[in-house]
Each structure stands twice: as C-alpha cells, then as structure tokens.
Design a protein around this ligand. Sequence first.
Ligand code: SF4
Length: 457
Amino acid sequence: MSNLTAIDLFTVGIGPSSSHTVGPMRAARRFVSELSETEHLGSVARIRISLFGSLGATGVGHGTTNAIVAGLAGADPRTCDPVMVSTAWSDAVASRHISVAGLELPFDAEDIELRPMTRLPQHSNAMTYVALGADGETLFSRTYFSVGGGFIESDDEIGDTPASSADAALPFPFDSGDELIALCESTGKTIAEIAFDNAAAVYGAGDVEAKLRDIWSVMTNCVDAGLKNEGMLPGNLNVERRAAGLAERLVAQESADAPTEFANEWLQAFAIAVNEENAAGMRVVTAPTNGAAGIIPAVGYFAERFKYVDRAAIERDFLLTAGAIGTLYNRNASISGAEAGCQGEVGSACSMAAAGLAAVLGGTPRQIENAAEIAMEHNLGLTCDPVGGLVQMPCIERNAIAAGTAVAAVRLALAGDGSHKISLDTVIETMRQTGVDMSHKYKETSMGGLAVNVVEC
Ligand code: SF4
C-alpha cells in the first residue's frame, strides 16, 4: 500500500466493519467500474462472488453480503443509505435480482459463496468477482483484498512494497516514529503541523481543513446519535444498546458543582455510543477501522467536554496527531484484525487517540510519542474473537476500555519528560511480530477465544 497522509485513515462510511463492509462495497464498485471498461458488460448474464478466509468466516455477521450487493448497484460507503444497505442482500435473494451498472441480473443466495477454510496466500480477506456469460463462461474476473481500514488492493497491487514516504513528494516525509520526532526537533514544528503540511501537499490546505471539519462533525454526530438510540442491535446475540441508558443515568447523577465528576464514565459512554451505531450498520468514521471506531471520537469528545479543549484544536491538532501516528501502524505493522488481531485495530486506535489527546493537552513531541507507545504496549497480544461473527462482543466494550487506556497513557506520559526505554517504533514492530505469530483462530475468523466459548442465544 502506498503511503498515506494523516487524514487518509479517517473515512466516512457505514458499520459494522471497515474490512468486511466498507472494503467489500468499494471492491464491488471497483469491479463494476472495471467491468464497464471492457467489451463484456453487455454480455454479462450473472455475477458470482467468492469470499475467502476471514471474509468467508465472518462476512455475513459483518455485513459483507449486504455491502457487496449494494456496491454492485453503485452504493458508496460515504453517501449510501445505511438502512437500504442493511437489507440489500435479503432483498436481492427475495427478488432474485441484482442491479449491476444499469443491468438487472438474476441472483440467488449461492451466487455469493463463503469459503472460510480457504485462505489465499496474499491476505486473509480475499474476494473474487466473476462476470459470467449466458453459457456460464467467464467473461471477466478480478480478485481484491480488503487490507484493513476499508482499503482494498487488487491481485496485481497487493504485496507491493510501500513507497518510501520520501517518494511521495511530501515536504516532511517520515517512515518511523524516530524520524517523526527528529523532524519535529529539526523544524520546530509540532506533529500536527508536519501532518498538516504533508496532507496539504497532496490535497491542498483548504481541502484538508474541510475534511478535518467533516470528520469531526460525523464523529460527534455519531456519538450524539448513539447516546440517544435505544433497542436491540442486529443479529442473533440479542445485544441491547446501553449508551442511551448510561447517558440518562449520568445526567441524573451529575451536579453543576462538580461538572467533571463523571468524566471517565462519560468517556466510556461516548465510545459505546459510537460502537453501537457501528454495530447497527449506521454512519461512522473509520478510525482507523470500524471495529475500533469509538475510541478516537470518545477521547476527542472527552477532551472537548471535560478538558475544555477548543473544537478547532480537536479538529486540527487532535485528529492530525492521531492520524500521523496511525500512518506508522499502517506502514510498519497492520491495522487489520484479520492480519494482526485486535491489537491492530483497537490497539492502533488506542495509541492514536493517546497521541492526539497528549497533543491537545500540550505534550511535547516526545511526550506524545511516549503516550502512543504506552497505549499500544498494553494492547499487545490482543486477539480478535468476535462472538457470532458480529462486531458487538467483545468489540463494543473493548472500545470503552481502550478509550480509558488512552487517557491513562496520556496521564503517565505527561507526568514525565518524554524520555522512556521502549520506543514507539519498537512497540509497533513488536505488534507486527505478535500478529505474525498469532494463530489464525484469533484473526477475525471467530474460530477461537470468546467466539467459541460464549453460548449464542
Ligand atoms: S475483536 Fe477487535 S479486531 Fe475483532 S472485530 Fe472486534 S474490534 Fe475488530
């Protein structure tokens, strides 16, 4: 994957999963676009899709089949109607039709084949799209990989060594935490300023500012919606939403004399609110994944409400610093639960949130790096074992706990002067190695851990 700027890790999409919902929807759109460029489109009689590895194992619970049917019809994760997407697959099965580039094609449930026991060598999240002719002959076929955070790569892109950030014509390229700190020290700029200048070189300063405002607006809308919405989450686990009830109790307990007394409880409620919206398939910001989407908004909201940080500083310094740290995880380890387990998702988000909070509370670049390091250090080894293949248990509570870890990491880092024994780069490399060593049972396959020990009811 090529280098990303700090804002690229935040994309507006829908729940419940960046790799299993957003990525497959983008892949379906891309397949239709590539098919449309061939001479075969008019001869297509049927589309068949195979979902391999983790996508085959947890794809139904993660909304993959809905996302694919909606994506084939042209839905975009950023603008689609989440309610329409949530029934796209069952509607297609019931009507026995799908829409593809203006064509109405026959469709059966078997046209999306689940192959959880087959892992393609390139990546665990693989999907092959095939366009068939009237006699069942293959007209056009593409395999895509959902590599984390909603990003997809085709079979001729996957495995490319990321270009050095110096190749991307960025004014302040960095490939490691040490390089980032050295840049801050040599230029006198903050991490957020370096991240802004790099992103502005790619998108233009005005677009970066607009995107940051949009990201924070969608994040806060998501928190607010999650604190209000009640009822059961989708799926057969019968999980009831809790955030609204938590908020109601906190409001009843609060007193004007001690407005920050329940700050930590609110922090947890904010994270749960976002992850319940995500589990319900609603609009969220991938940060850096959907399963971990609650941590960064919760910590930012906490900073705004209980640390009295200006919204402008949250939009700029908090998000840019978090994003800069996220690019290091994306480049040097993984943000994909299917590749690195939950340490890649929740661990990375926790580390990013800690960095962002340390920045807006006045931390130096070394203290920020320290906060990011502490936060990941205590997520190392975290497995991915979603019960029932749904992004609910342990995911929702895990975001609340990780938000607390991020705040605790910042407290520790700001109590020191930034000097510490274990560097962020060391902990990122340790996370990568731990992910490589981790059994596939704990990489978003629901074949181990809580997923096999919790009785579904
Ligand atoms: S356990 Fe972690 S990595 Fe796995 S689906 Fe849940 S949040 Fe994502």
